[in-house]
Design a protein around this ligand. Structure first.
Ligand SMILES: C[S@@+](CC[C@H](N)C(=O)[O-])C[C@H]1O[C@@H](n2cnc3c(N)ncnc32)[C@H](O)[C@@H]1O
Length: 252
């Protein structure tokens, strides 16, 4: 069914637009410090722009029949991951959800990555805490694959699953972390997949740093892949639709 859209409408406004209007109001500004505190304590769910782009991505993938899993590279506390499972399940197409993280935080920050604001070990969060959050949110263990370890060791061509990825959320901050993620995805991204970079405009937007640099180099290594700019979200996020020169062979 084309154009299926699951956001609730209120007075002709989408839920995101209602939230935007409340945030911009005097009440929204008064409540903002409280919201900030709650967010810092992890008590709030995802910010509405990230939640909204997830809804759009899953509705798009469902409506356009894009097959494959959701894969998130850098899951930290699981906030985005749980929201992805929630909206993905509501969108209708059954999918698996893959979480990739060292669960020790960022690797050694070196080379050009040192020009950013990142620190070695930042975002350290145990796998146990991540799994506990999934349980609290009611995410069935069978829906999820967790791959623990640093990407340069875990994201190898020999890894069998997932063979197809419909939505990839790349949220690992650093150039050196993004390189193995994109190489891992090269043959797995479905035609029309959504590729989201959470940190695209970090490094003060420098196109020669971070996720932008890794992506540009990946595209030049893979001329059969092109990216159609799709949406921006939050203050640093950029999402693309992936076009492949040839339709991928269906999984054997
Ligand atoms: C900003 S946090 C992710 C936030 C999460 N997506 C969310 O929305 O709540 C970045 C994560 O990437 C992980 N990470 C970064 N580089 C990595 C690497 N090379 N290997 C494994 N994990 C990495 C860190 O451990 C951290 O949990």
């Amino acid at each position: 069914m084309a154009g299926r859209f699951r956001e609730t409408a209120l007075l002709g406004l989408t839920k995101g637009e209602v939230i935007d209007a409340v945030s911009a109001s005097r009440l929204g500004r008064v409540l903002d410090p409280l919201a900030h505190l709650l967010r810092r304590n992890g008590s709030l769910t995802l910010g509405h722009e990230a939640a909204r782009v997830l809804v759009q991505a899953f509705n798009y993938a469902h409506s356009e029949g894009v097959p494959g899993a959701y894969a998130e590279f850098g899951v930290w506390t699981g906030r985005t991951f749980v929201e992805a499972w929630r909206v993905g399940t509501a969108a209708g197409t059954p999918r698996r959800y893959f979480a990739y993280d060292s669960f020790e935080g960022l690797p050694e920050v070196e080379g050009g990555d040192q020009t950013g604001r990142w620190e070695t070990g930042e975002f350290s969060q145990s796998r146990r805490a991540f799994e506990a959050r999934l349980r609290r949110a009611g995410v069935p263990a069978g829906d999820v694959g967790i791959v623990e370890g640093f990407f340069d060791a875990t994201l190898t061509p020999a890894v069998a699953e997932p063979r197809e990825v419909a939505i990839a959320w790349v949220d690992c901050d650093l150039y050196l972390s993004t390189v193995p993620v994109l190489d891992f995805l090269t043959d797995r991204l479905s035609q029309g997949a959504i590729l989201l970079f959470d940190d695209w405009f970090c490094f003060k937007g420098d196109p020669d740093a971070g996720e932008q640099k890794a992506c540009r180099e990946w595209l030049s290594r893979n001329p059969g892949i092109s990216l159609i700019p799709w949406r921006q979200f939050n203050w640093a996020g950029q999402a693309f639709i992936v076009r492949r020169a040839e339709t991928k062979e269906p999984a054997a």
